[in-house]
Design a protein around this ligand. Structure first.
Ligand SMILES: Cc1cc2nc3c(=O)[nH]c(=O)nc-3n(C[C@H](O)[C@H](O)[C@H](O)COP(=O)(O)O)c2cc1C
Length: 209
């Protein structure tokens, strides 16, 4: 039995293209792996601790090799809870809208919570930075209103997939698959076509994920 963590980052619920495609993937995956466990997190419904005060001081204490104060310990326990949940999974699916060329702030907040020294990455002067979330596949479903196809001038504005794939790579992921639902704001026909192609791709990836 494997655990698949499905993280959603669009608040548009049933209208979200990234969610529709990722849902299709998860359904297809479950048909093939009926005994696997799916844990779904909707980031717009999750209360993440603000990354300030005792939480950020606790992070710097770890980086500087210092002990946590009692307040920092308490605040850090919240962060550890989310990291533990994240690291428990064997496989990952993310549904990700493009917002202002990047990712929604809730997903950025989540990354700020789970990207922590000695938990999801390590650093030493000899080895530099090393990811600690190893040997696990991830699928990212990226939706965007426009088109940012590689090789076109618009590609330079894609701080969504470039940023997020790098954020995953930093904490150790090497097997990252991406599906793009592009042009969702180019009218219903174009959106439908992009969605259908992405769904087909999702079903195919599910066969070997
Ligand atoms: C706050 C906000 C910012 C957006 N910024 C961009 C953008 O920079 N480029 C783009 O192509 N589309 C942009 N869009 C459109 C979304 O990327 C598009 O609607 C996409 O389908 C959203 O994913 P979803 O359908 O999974 O929610 C933006 C939408 C919102 C709500």
């Amino acid at each position: 039995m494997k655990r698949l963590l499905y993280i959603q980052s669009s608040p548009r619920e049933e209208r979200s293209y990234s969610k529709i495609v990722a849902d299709t993937f998860v359904d297809a995956y479950l048909k093939i792996h009926p005994k696997d466990k799916i844990k779904t997190i909707d980031l717009f419904k999750l209360r993440l601790p603000p990354f300030d005060g005792d939480v950020i001081n606790a992070k710097y204490a770890i980086m500087n090799g210092k002990q946590h104060t009692e307040e920092q310990k308490k605040a850090w326990a919240q962060v550890e809870k989310f990291i533990e949940q994240f690291k428990k999974a064997d496989k990952y699916v993310f549904s990700i809208p493009m917002w202002n060329f990047g990712i929604p702030y809730k997903l950025k907040h989540y990354i700020d919570i789970i990207t922590q020294p000695s938990y999801t990455f390590s650093y030493s002067p000899q080895d530099g930075y090393k990811g600690l979330v190893l040997g696990r596949p991830a699928l990212c479903v990226y939706a965007r209103g426009g088109e940012y196809t590689p090789g076109t001038p618009a590609e330079a504005y894609d701080f969504q997939s470039k940023y997020f794939n790098n954020a995953l790579g930093f904490i150790g992921f090497t097997d990252i698959k991406s599906i793009f639902v592009q042009g969702t704001l180019y009218g219903p026909e174009a959106a439908e076509k992009a969605k259908s192609a992405a769904i087909e791709e999702a079903r195919k990836i599910a066969e070997t994920f």
